[in-house]
Design a protein around this ligand. Structure first.
Ligand code: NAD
Length: 340
């Protein structure tokens, strides 16, 4: 079978997972990696024995590439994605597709014109817990969903120490879009309007100019109303870097998911850890888990011309909601979702 020649653009914290996924996939040749920072590409060359570049166009001109996998920071997805499209390459892009709907629409228009396919890595759709919820909601006995709650937060460290671009993103773009995407997937319909309130000041005092926390109410076409909360100020002493839970009240069922109940706990002299055991594990030298599955799915969908689980429209819809949530939190007004 033909192998897919993939190049990764952006090899920071999450791009490394792309490298682990593709080097574990027997249907992929990881042909090259590009990052703006030489210290990063030097380390990638050493760890993965792969050709690296600090200029994406130079890489595209020099290598035989079928598809590009983009893991640049949230606000800087558009340039590498548009460059890949211009060279006629299929693309896997990290969530969120973009941090403005204008960028998302530009990407969609360019991809349609060039006839290339773009998948968005909304990896929570591959989490076994989310799949169980989706299947339970599809069960006729569950009845109509009436009310939902979802929370996804990160510890301070994520905004302050992990990401040097957190002022150009927000808890809404970074984790909120995961929630909006998952809820749309559960509901099978779109958001009509949102109302949001947020808190600012704590992160700003620490040099990160964004919201500490935002609470949003989303009204869906099916009449179900969701409350979604996202914060970047969970204490660093928390047992993992993120926390999340959801609860859905339906006509004949109640569904509850808690990311702290994955069943494994570690303890040392400092604290307790509750690793997300389903996310990414190294197993016998291979990367496995729901953080890796979407990247393997991308390869499978391109090689066998199958539809993506999370496509460009999904990327756009999550961004339309994120933009409306920010606008509502800024203005304290209900914001209707306007689509072009
Ligand atoms: N960190 C996480 O836990 C996590 C989880 C899921 C998804 N993501 C997503 O992955 C993306 C990357 O996040 P991250 O945490 O790896 O950020 P990061 O800052 O650790 O890494 C981003 C890398 O991209 C490089 N870069 C920036 N612009 C570039 C360009 N034009 N060309 C080539 N390289 C470029 C930077 O030098 C940096 O090394 C984000 O969209 C984020 O939302 C991150």
């Amino acid at each position: 079978m033909k192998k897919l020649n993939i190049a990764v653009v952006g090899a920071g914290i999450y791009g490394k997972n792309h490298l682990d996924a593709y080097t574990s996939n027997p249907n992929v040749n990881l042909v090259a990696v590009c990052d703006l920072k030489k210290e990063i590409t030097d380390k990638v060359e050493q760890d993965y024995q792969v050709k690296t570049y600090n200029d994406m166009e130079e890489m595209l001109k020099s290598e035989e590439i079928d598809a590009i996998s983009v893991a640049t920071p949230d606000p800087y997805h558009k340039d590498p994605v548009m460059t890949a499209i211009r060279y006629g390459k299929d693309v896997l892009v990290e969530k969120p597709l973009a941090t403005t709907s204008a960028d998302a629409y530009d990407i969609i228009e360019a991809a349609e014109k060039a006839g290339v396919r773009v998948m968005v890595d909304y990896h929570k759709r591959w989490d076994p817990a989310s799949i169980a919820v989706k299947n339970k909601l599809a069960d006729a006995g569950t009845g109509k969903p009436v009310r939902g709650y979802m929370r996804m937060d990160n510890v301070y460290d994520v905004a302050i120490n992990w990401l040097n671009w957190s002022s150009d993103s927000s808890p809404v773009h970074f984790v909120g879009t995961h929630c909006y995407d998952l809820i749309r997937w559960y509901m099978g319909c779109e958001v009509v309007q949102v109302y949001a309130v947020g808190h600012k000041g704590i992160l700003q005092e620490k040099g990160v100019d964004t919201y500490d926390s935002i609470t949003a109410i989303l009204e869906f076409e099916n009449g179900c109303t969701w409350t979604v909360e996202n914060a970047w100020i969970l204490p660093n002493g928390f047992a993992k870097a993120d926390d999340g839970c959801s609860e859905i009240l339906c006509e004949h069922a109640m569904i509850r998911v808690d990311s702290q109940k994955r069943g494994v706990e570690f303890f040392d002299d400092q604290k307790q850890y509750t690793p997300n055991i389903c996310f990414i594990q190294n197993h016998n030298g291979r990367a496995i888990g729901f953080g890796i599955d979407p990247l393997n799915d991308f390869v499978d969908c391109i090689l066998h011309d199958k539809p993506f689980v999370a496509n460009l429209n999904d990327g756009l819809e999550a961004e339309l909601i994120a933009e409306a949530v920010h606008k509502s939190a800024d203005t304290r007004q209900v914001v209707k979702i306007e689509r072009r």
